[in-house]
Design a protein around this ligand. Sequence first.
Ligand code: F6P
Length: 376
Amino acid sequence: MAKTMRVGILTAGGDSPGLNAAIRGVGKAALGYYGMEVVGFRDGFRGLAENRTMPLDKATLGGILTVGGTILGTSRDKPHRMEINGQTRDMTQAIVNNCRTNGLDVLVCLGGGGTQRNALRLVKAGLPVVTLPKTIDNDVALTDATFGFDTAMGIATEAIDRLHSTAHSHHRIVVTEIMGHQAGWLALGAGIAGGADVILIPEIPYEVGRIAEAIRERSRQGSNFSIVAVAEGAMSGVDWHARQAAARKRAGAQTDTDRQAARLELETLDARHEGNTIRLARQLEELTGLESRVTILGYVQRGGIPSPADRLLATRLGTACAELIARGVFGVMVAARGDSAEPVPIQEVAGKVKTVPLDHPWVESARRVGTCLGDQ
Ligand code: F6P
């Protein structure tokens, strides 16, 4: 008789709506449809390194489709650089051993860009791994979509809708900061859907003077309020050039000293970037004479029940994952392609970031409805 396959699941990186729907999708299909066994690991790669498991059976997988967060817990720990008792240790071998001890035939890792990189490390260490693309940022390469994005875009859009009331009533500029890491998908999508007057994304460096002029023009036309949707990674042209130069230095560094110096320069620039949204609001207030306020949406965008689209996507990808496992297809991420799901090598996904192309139809649409993107 063929051995029953045993599947391990973990969730890593930031929590995201749809994670539980995906765990349920993989788990229910693996257990009920393919007759496999399933075990969960708590708190991402840390729980796997420390062998902290959670049974995933019919009972634990029930009632979680609509629940936010992840029932497994998550962390941003990396297998090869983990803080253990105050020391940074490479836990890759411990992870390989724990997979063996638990009799795993495959490890399923649910996560974003960082998780894909960490999963590749485990593939290289000899583990059979399958990943799913999760993140509110929508920045994972080679997949049409990531689960979590649709929900977060809905939340950010609703926030912009609500901010309109105060901006309009008080004749203010409301600058709202939207997550997305180094990609502008979330700010652009929510900004367009919410009718933001200005949308700033990391892919398009902005000039504050241009934004102020767009806002003044709105005032001259009788609308003396504005909503500015700014992605957390958006920056002015000056900051953008400084960051590019530092990144080039790091990439081209020949010695450890040069590498360290370039890393320090990048860290300093990143530290200065914190508070950018508040500085931007102050500058716009000075340049336009309109009172300005900041609303940072933060983790609100990651919390709560997943949208129907995310539940559907997570279930589609999760069940496709179980099917790939049954066929013995490992070392792949389950990517969304139109209405179907396709395996793509983790090797090809890891280390890439899907940013907004400058000629993307969303960018074109935003410009055509008169939205200022800060560059013209
Ligand atoms: O990747 C999801 C995300 O929410 C990004 O948009 C954001 O930059 C980051 O995570 C925040 O990370 P943390 O959970 O460590 O605060």
